[in-house]
Design a protein. Structure first.
Length: 202
């Protein structure tokens, strides 16, 4: 399925109404239809939609923002805390009509990861952070993508209502396996760079 990646903007004001990711994930749906626009405007997080010309609708969206993780570090003698600069995947949802066909996985590897990889070339980013719902299905999805739970996580710089969520990360430092996947994916970092340069909304 050919997809168009764009940052959420006014032209999608009506299109978001047709997006539905299932009753169990209604909060993700509500965010796209409401808060996502103000998040973009206020700089709280950038939301990107994936549009299908064939289906004439949004099939998925995700939101990225900066954060940092304060973790215990046993390798340090005195100050045993480490601050890890991170990119937070704060929202990620696929329309219910396109679920269970690996589309989410394809979007993660072909769009989200190359975009984070591009950002990492510009600023320090050592991890990808996600707050997963404490839900067997959601946890399974994120674990399949390579996220691991953080038992020694203390806090993040940006906190919100995530008490019922499970903190998970993918560490980027020395992650050769991940970088190899980036180089092999079908989208490619160069295409992400072109999308960003050609789209003033980024």
């Amino acid at each position: 399925m050919a997809l168009i990646l764009e940052r959420l903007c006014k032209k999608y004001m009506r299109e978001v109404d047709d997006f539905c990711c299932g009753i169990e994930y209604v909060a993700l749906e509500d965010f796209l239809k409401g808060e996502a626009f103000s998040y973009n405007y206020n700089g709280e997080g950038n939301t990107y939609v994936l549009w299908s010309d064939k289906l004439n609708r949004i099939v998925a969206y995700y939101t990225l923002r900066c954060n940092s993780i304060i973790m215990e570090d046993s390798s340090k003698e005195n100050d045993k805390l480490s601050v890890i600069p991170s990119i937070e995947l704060s929202r990620f949802a696929v329309d219910h009509r396109n679920q269970n066909n690996h589309l989410g996985q394809d979007i993660f590897w072909n769009y989200i990861i190359p975009q984070i990889y591009y950002i990492r070339k510009l600023i320090a980013v050592e991890a990808i952070l996600v707050f997963s719902l404490d839900d067997a299905r959601a946890l399974h999805v994120y674990k399949n993508l390579g996220f691991e739970e953080m038992p020694n996580k203390l806090q993040t710089t940006i906190e919100y209502d995530n008490e019922k969520c499970i903190s998970m990360i993918i560490e980027l430092k020395n992650n050769e396996k991940l970088f190899k996947k980036i180089e092999q994916n079908s989208m490619g970092v160069n295409d992400i760079e072109k999308i960003i340069k050609d789209n003033p909304e980024f």
